[in-house]
Design a protein around this ligand. Structure first.
Ligand code: PGA
Length: 253
């Protein structure tokens, strides 16, 4: 059984004080981790304090990015080993904003996926379809190629643990979510791609999320779809009340 995964991605928002207050506020209102898993991805500057204030909580404190080497002369980069030592369990890799503004290629993303797994953390790999849509209208083959490149060389055991997020960038931060059917289609395609690379059994274990303008209004319908195992929410995750509602989507109509 795939446990639903509700993730927030704060991006470069909130202050340290707000981040700590947020964690304290949502802690008692989250579902148990064996019912719905919850995660907040935040700036690396906040993670240590958030972890300190997150004791006895099911919330997974998550990184938004990391580098693909553990140490060395890489000024300004964030070491995956340091994140792991700090107690971070999940790392977002290949978000469309990283691909677009920081020129992250499929090759870089694949190296980061390995670095995260090697450090006993779980990558949340984001796939976008927009460039395929713009280039040649063939957006689905673009998604397939991103998934295939991201998991290259990842063993079956590790593959079963990873999380993939279908995040069309035209839906990110625009207030125009993909329709439920479009989101399901993208997630289904990703699961079929994983089944082709690995097997049906492995693909059945991998959690696939939808991200792009998720709110308390559309989450319940999205979560009813067979291939959508969770969401990655940006803007909606900045408000503690809204994140609590997303985490408790099972009680929303
Ligand atoms: P959004 O962002 O919910 O603000 O659209 C989603 C994301 O970037 O993961």
């Amino acid at each position: 059984m795939r446990i639903p995964f509700i993730g927030g991605n704060w991006k470069m928002n909130l202050s340290l004080e707000e981040a700590i207050k947020f964690v304290e506020e949502i802690k008692p209102k989250l579902p148990a981790a064996n019912v719905v898993e919850t995660a907040i991805a935040a700036s690396p500057l906040f993670l240590e304090s958030m972890i300190e204030h997150n004791s006895d909580s099911p919330l997974q404190i998550t990184a938004e990015n990391c580098f693909y080497k553990n140490c060395g002369a890489y000024t300004g980069e964030v070491s995956p080993q340091a994140l792991s030592e700090m107690g971070v369990g999940y790392v977002i890799v290949g978000h469309s904003e990283r691909r677009r503004y920081f020129n992250e290629t499929n090759d870089i993303i694949n190296k980061k996926v390995h670095a995260v797994l090697d450090n006993k953390m779980v990558p949340i790999i984001c796939c976008d379809e927009t460039m395929g849509r713009l280039d040649n209208g063939d957006h689905f083959s673009w998604v397939v190629s991103q998934v295939t490149a991201a998991v290259q060389g990842v063993s079956e055991d590790d593959a079963a643990k990873i999380i993939i997020a279908y995040e069309p960038s035209w839906a990110i931060g625009t207030g125009h979510s993909a329709s439920t059917a479009e989101a399901e289609e993208g997630c289904y395609l990703i699961r079929q791609t994983l089944a082709d690379i690995y097997s049906d059994e492995i693909a059945d274990q991998i959690r696939i999320l939808y991200g792009g303008s998720v709110t308390e209004k559309n989450i319940a319908a999205l979560m009813k779809e067979p291939d959508i195992d969770g969401v990655l929410a940006g803007k909606a995750s900045l408000s503690p009340n809204e994140f609590i509602k997303l985490a408790n989507f099972q009680s929303l109509k």
